[in-house]
Design a protein around this ligand. Structure first.
Ligand SMILES: *[C@@H]1O[C@H](CO)[C@@H](O)[C@H](O)[C@H]1NC(C)=O
Ligand SMILES: *[C@@H]1O[C@H](CO)[C@@H](O)[C@H](O)[C@H]1NC(C)=O
Ligand SMILES: [Zn+2]
Length: 378
């Protein structure tokens, strides 16, 4: 009978190893809802961040079920090893190329030449059109996306459209039309020279509609150095008309700018009312069953990931990256722990048998029960 115990132990050992390595989490993010009355669909009317919860009265798409931004709950993201690093091309611009920087009343926007493109990480190719920022006020942060409920100081969006369409305007109404790259901005110890290329001109565009031509620079410097780790989901423009045509990429790595730079970002611009242009972010939108993919393994200690028999659609493990090996360590730890327990148990059985030949052998279910207990208390 005890000979049958070993295969069972090995089987459980394998199962435990898999669970410890961080398999696929559950996808429901349980984000907060912002219900809107049915939209009148007038379109093209002016909008402001003050009435951001009533946008759908004029722009019916703002009431949809695939809206952005969202809160990204890392434990509920789905690790997808086939998501490759984002590849940018043509992002390094010579100073001789002039770019238009504009205060459009909602944000500061830098127009980008069409030579900038996303050439990897997405299934299709996208051309850049524009980048802009979202920020808070001196009293609080203002990123649009949040991670585990945490709002970052600010957020950059680099807007691209699918090259299969002739223009951004045409692309923006098609489900596969747009790709936006987003990254968080946080306060760091020094000035960021790339962000300085934009921020040093903020005082020239204080009023809505003002614009200035700025020298080209390496636009990629505004995005994280690490383009391998990101989240991806299907969403929308975060301003009216809120078209649900954006494949979002939100990077895991944040950008750092100095405190002075952050202050400049937050306090320089005014909106159409002549008031400080601040808190230009939209509130979190409901997930409505959407999945959020992650190109990297996120947490390992979520209780949802421990039970055996997890999602069968779990993506295969990939160990090409060096920074996420906590799962491997955990797997080995669980394995060793289990092996020790199993051996001790086997020893115990043998002892019992030699002491009392008549003793009933333990059943399979008893062995499994012991294993499960070990796992839950580990
Ligand atoms: C986004 O939508 C496309 C097209 O409907 C779909 O193939 C893809 O799986 C979706 N992505 C996610 C992360 O759900
Ligand atoms: C990036 O990933 C690390 C490790 O999983 C995590 O601690 C951090 O909160 C993540 N940050 C963002 C912005 O996703
Ligand atoms: Zn934006």
């Amino acid at each position: 009978m005890s000979r049958a115990v070993l295969p069972v132990c090995l089987l459980l050992l394998v199962a435990l190893g898999r669970a410890g390595a961080g398999s696929e989490p559950d996808q429901d993010q349980g984000a907060e809802e912002h219900p809107h009355p049915p939209g009148k669909g007038l379109g093209h009317t002016p909008w402001s961040y003050e009435d951001r919860d009533r946008w759908s009265e004029d722009y019916k798409d703002c009431d949809g079920t695939m809206q952005s931004p969202i809160n990204i709950n890392m434990a509920n993201t789905i690790f997808s090893p086939h998501l490759r690093a984002i590849q940018l091309s043509g992002y390094s611009l010579p100073a001789s190329e002039r770019l238009k920087l504009r205060n459009n009343g909602h944000t500061v926007a830098l127009e980008l030449p069409q030579s900038l493109a996303i050439t990897g990480g997405y299934a299709q190719q996208y051309r850049a059109v524009q980048l802009h920022l979202h920020w808070g006020a001196t009293t609080g942060p203002g990123s649009e996306h949040t991670i585990n409920g945490h709002r970052f100081a600010a957020e950059i969006h680099v807007v691209h459209y699918n090259t299969k369409y002739d223009s951004f305007k045409e692309a923006m109404v098609h489900p596969d039309g747009l790709a936006v790259l987003g990254a968080f901005l946080e306060m760091g110890p020094r000035d960021n020279p790339y962000y300085q290329e934009i921020l040093e001109h903020m005082h020239q565009i204080q009023r809505e509609g003002e614009e200035v031509w700025v020298p080209g620079f390496n636009i990629a410097g505004l995005l994280p150095a690490n383009l391998k780790y990101y989240y991806q989901y299907n969403g929308s423009l975060t301003t009216p008309p809120c078209y649900q045509t954006v494949k979002w990429t939100v990077f895991n790595q944040s950008m750092l700018i100095s405190r002075d730079q952050m202050l400049k970002l937050i306090t320089s611009l005014r909106n159409d009312d002549g008031k400080p242009l601040q808190n230009n972010y939209r509130h979190m939108q409901g997930l409505h069953g959407r999945r959020v993919l992650a190109s990297f393994q996120t947490t390992f200690f979520s209780p949802k990931q421990l039970p055996a028999g997890s999602d069968s659609s779990a993506a295969p493990e990939e160990h090409s990256s060096s920074s996420f090996q906590a799962g491997d360590v955990l797997a080995v730890l669980f394995g060793v722990l289990f092996a020790v327990t199993a051996l001790a148990f086997l020893l115990y059985i043998y002892k019992q048998r030699s002491q009392n030949a008549r003793l009933d052998s333990p059943t399979k279910s008893k062995v499994i029960y012991t294993a499960a207990t070990t796992e839950n208390t580990a």
